[in-house]
Design a protein. Structure first.
Length: 303
């Protein structure tokens, strides 16, 4: 065996012993000091955001005496207890309120998604009279605070005899101009050639929308649905004003009436917050991939 062959063999053996070389991915910056600092800053911000929630959970597992004592400890002197949750669940119609929240939130999500998707597709693909000005009105309505519309909406519900009804609770919440804008941006990015090819094959506008546009828009539709559901579930002001019947109240309103009836009890207030947030946490854990994908591709993140 020649010396050149021996040298080559030794080089290959040494390279294998050292392991594979990590190639630098184009466009990806190495993990340098700036990225370390950014990671630390983001981690501190995440901890700062999480601390209030952890404090609420810790207070919910205290007795009322420990919660009102002002002791800054995470665990009360009497130890962890579930008496705050027991008191909340035993008072009022908590299960009925939770069911009302689920039914109304699902209905609001489905109706909002249907209206917003159809409107966004019309603004994205159809050319009709007044299209630009109508879209400007929709964009302008995004900056209108919802509280400004409370009184007109309430009088409208009174005129249609929808106060203390599910429809009176649902209908004013199905208009979402921001979702129309976000969906339109996504539909604008879908290649028009796909629709032209389907139109050549004889597909109509609704068939194209149902069979081509919607399947391609699953990530953004999932993100919009989740955000609308969260907003409907957390909404307190409108259900508080339009519903007086305790059997029709949603969970945030119903739990608040229980606490108001028995005075301010800090452990029960925190238990109420945890109970109201628990379904949303479960939904986020289940659909977090869809939320992240939708934020990355739809413009929720300001792109």
């Amino acid at each position: 065996m020649s010396s050149a062959t021996l040298t080559r063999t030794e080089t290959i053996t040494t390279a294998k012993a050292r392991g594979p070389r990590r190639s630098h991915v184009p466009g990806q910056k190495p993990f340098g000091p700036l990225r370390v600092v950014a990671f630390i800053v983001l981690a501190l911000m995440a901890i700062g955001w999480l601390l209030p929630f952890l404090w609420a959970v810790a207070t919910a597992f205290k007795t009322e005496t420990d919660a009102a004592s002002g002791d800054p400890g995470w665990i009360g002197a009497s130890g962890p207890t579930i008496e705050a949750f027991t008191a909340i669940l035993s008072q009022g119609n908590v299960y009925t309120w939770a069911l009302n929240s689920l039914l109304t939130s699902v209905a609001i999500t489905l109706i909002t998604l249907t209206i917003s998707a159809l409107a966004a597709y019309a603004f994205s693909r159809l050319d009709f009279t007044g299209r630009k000005w109508l879209f400007v009105v929709i964009i302008a309505s995004i900056v209108v605070p919802p509280q400004v519309l409370i009184i007109p909406l309430f009088y409208e519900m009174l005129a249609f005899n929808l106060v203390d009804t599910y429809w009176g609770l649902i209908l004013p919440q199905v208009v979402a101009p921001a979702m129309v804008f976000i969906l339109k941006r996504f539909f604008d990015a879908i290649p028009i050639e796909l629709e032209d090819a389907a139109r050549v094959d004889g597909a109509g506008r609704l068939r194209i929308f149902w069979s081509i546009v919607l399947p391609l828009s699953r990530p953004i539709l999932a993100s919009v649905a989740i955000f609308v559901f969260i907003g409907a579930w957390n909404n307190f002001l409108w259900p508080f004003l339009v519903i007086n019947d305790t059997t029709l109240m949603t969970l945030p309103v119903g739990l608040q009436t229980v606490i108001s009836a028995y005075g301010v009890q800090y452990a029960q207030v925190m238990a109420q917050a945890v109970l109201a947030a628990l379904p949303l946490i479960v939904i986020f854990i289940i659909f977090q991939k869809q939320i992240v994908k939708g934020v990355a591709t739809s413009g929720f993140g300001g792109q």
